[in-house]
Design a binder for this molecule. Structure first.
Ligand SMILES: [Fe+2]
Length: 568
């Protein structure tokens, strides 16, 4: 959208309905691409177009501290909303009981010409009814995108409606930007202006020689996000989040981080209102908000974003209702494009993102389509699936067609055999039915594909286990001498599981494919260029101190064209 083409578009007509039936698979290759145009916010597509002209009536001083979200929240506009208004009037409703941008801002799913910008209006994020403290009315939200953090060179602006059916969240898909460029963005509702976010479009073609990103998962709220305090200070082009953004635990009488939690936030969430409250709680963390404001993210769920170890349908007759509530709240609180908007309990979350001819990410959804978990004796049943047929075809076809030097799979649960952990310094191995080892037929088809079709430099990134863990993937794990076909980097938790043992353990391990194991907390930073991938395991000193320092405790490299990981 270009300046002068502003308008308000309602997404009311596309609201998710609770429909408990299978969703027709969409064309996943277009996820984040062609289909984004359907919901793109060019003026007059929806009802109630409202002209926007002139500069915003209030400018704020912007500096680096501010766009990192470290500069505090905006002052409240002490006015009360009155009466119902139509969507045409949404922009003229400037009444908030407090700062409506307490949940911060975010951007995601970058393309060469655009990103999606996110916020949610919520002056009272822990209001018991999950409303965020707003009445059930639509609000107009404007946004601006600029080349500079002072917003002197604005390249895109527009407006969208934040509607109560989507918790007053905003997912503004901006296009018309230039590839491989840094941009700054902010929102305005009434006279309230959001913190400034920084984002970056994807490069295109061969114009990129290097790329740096981080991946993370598992952020239980009871401990501090010192990992995010440090991640926000990195120089990254992308953050990949591999699931367990929230946990569905019952807080009981406990007060995480010493907060005096309202009663409505305590029980394990089951309803949409309760899941919304859970996100309101998690996004109270300033370092999480700062990391969202600093980089574009790509996110995908795992089990705890709904409930522990869920599979396609579960046995609880009310499970699909719970899943529908969870996935809607997940969509509402993260920078997803409209093509990920849920329909009942389903959402199109597996997708691909390409960064020139250097790297392509295949973000997998290992939760939504999987068969139920079974004992080890049944794990090889050929009818079992982790990805579903459609996603398996999409993945293998995409890898086959990819022109990228590095082909990255964003995965949730460990792919290499036998779960492994550290107990009192000892390495412990066991079968866990929730992991890929419980879905052997599909795992082996993927390994065979990697051996036979040999896509360029396949690398798997994984979350879930709360351990740092590096393994080479073999064409046939029953034959330890079979060829290495890829490497799996498993990242530890941001905060889940308590303080871990941060001593690096390089083995030797009983299984020859294992290279590294460690129980510290943090994230993995990855540098790519045309010759080398380097993975730095970043581990914080403690998850008790929110600004705890971080250190790289181990680094690994993979050379272009050479299978297998090496110590850096
Ligand atoms: Fe987890």
């Amino acid at each position: 959208m270009r300046p002068g083409n502003d308008g308000v578009t309602s997404s009311r007509g596309a609201l998710a309905m609770i429909r408990l039936r299978a969703r027709e698979p969409e064309s996943p290759d277009t996820a984040g691409r062609e289909r984004t145009r359907v919901m793109s916010i060019h003026g007059n597509e929806g009802q109630g177009s409202v002209g926007l002209s002139g500069d915003w009536d209030r400018r704020r001083l912007v500096n680096r501290r501010r766009f990192l979200g470290l500069g505090g929240m905006s002052a409240a506009a002490l006015m009360l909303g009155t009466g119902a208004v139509t969507s045409n009037q949404a922009l003229a409703r400037p009444f908030f009981s407090g700062d409506p941008f307490k949940l911060g801002v975010a951007s995601g799913d970058p393309l060469p010409d655009g990103v999606v910008l996110w916020t949610r209006l919520a002056p009272d994020p822990l209001a018991e009814d999950g409303s965020g403290g707003l009445p059930p009315e639509a609000y107009g939200v404007r946004y601006e995108v600029a080349e500079d953090e002072g917003f002197t060179n604005i390249v895109n602006r527009g407006a969208v409606e934040a509607i109560p059916e989507l918790a007053h969240s905003v997912h503004a898909e901006v296009d018309g930007l230039r590839p491989g460029r840094e941009y700054f963005y902010r929102f305005k509702a009434g006279s309230e202006v959001s913190p400034v976010g920084r984002t970056r479009t994807a490069p295109s073609g061969s114009a990129v020689d290097a790329f740096r990103f981080a991946f993370a998962s598992c952020q239980g709220f009871s401990s501090q996000y010192s990992a995010y305090y440090n991640m926000a200070r990195e120089d990254l082009e992308l953050v990949i989040h591999l699931g367990d953004y929230i946990y569905e635990n019952d807080f009981g009488d406990r007060n995480p981080r010493g907060m005096d939690l309202p009663g409505a936030v305590r029980p394990s969430p089951r309803t949409l209102e309760q899941y919304r409250l859970r996100y309101g709680l998690y996004k109270a963390d300033e370092h999480l908000r700062a990391t969202h404001a600093a980089f574009p993210w790509m996110v995908v769920w795992d089990d705890h974003d709904v409930v522990n170890n869920w599979f396609g349908e579960n046995d609880d007759p009310n499970f699909l209702l719970r899943r529908a509530a969870a996935v809607q709240a997940y969509y509402e609180h993260l920078p997803f494009r409209a093509n990920a908007k849920p329909v009942g309990p389903n959402a199109q979350l597996f997708r691909r993102a390409t960064f020139g001819d250097l790297v392509e990410f295949n973000v997998l959804d290992t939760r939504q389509y999987r068969s139920r978990q079974v004992p080890e004796s049944q794990a090889a049943d050929p009818s079992r699936t982790m990805l579903g047929d459609e996603q398996e075809r999409w993945l293998l076809d995409g890898l086959d067609r990819s022109d990228a030097r590095w082909n990255v799979l964003g995965n949730q649960v460990p792919f290499r055999p036998l779960s492994v952990g550290l107990r009192d310094g000892e390495v412990v191995e066991k079968y866990l039915s929730d992991k890929w080892e419980g879905y052997l037929a599909q795992r082996d088809r993927i390994l065979s594909f990697l051996a036979e079709r040999a896509p360029s430099n396949p690398v798997m990134l994984t979350g879930d286990t709360h351990f740092n863990d590096v393994s080479d993937l073999l064409a046939d794990f029953d034959d330890p001498d079979s060829e290495v076909v890829a490497t799996e980097f498993i990242g530890t938790s941001i905060s889940t599981g308590g303080e871990g043992d941060s001593d690096p353990n390089y083995g030797p391990f009983e299984d020859p494919w294992r290279k590294f194991l460690n129980g510290g907390r943090g994230y993995v930073r990855v540098d790519l260029d045309r010759e080398l991938l380097r993975a730095d395991y970043r581990v914080v000193e403690t998850i008790q101190d929110p600004t705890s320092p971080i250190d790289t405790i181990a680094s690994f490299v993979i050379e272009d064209g050479r299978r297998g990981v090496q110590n850096a």
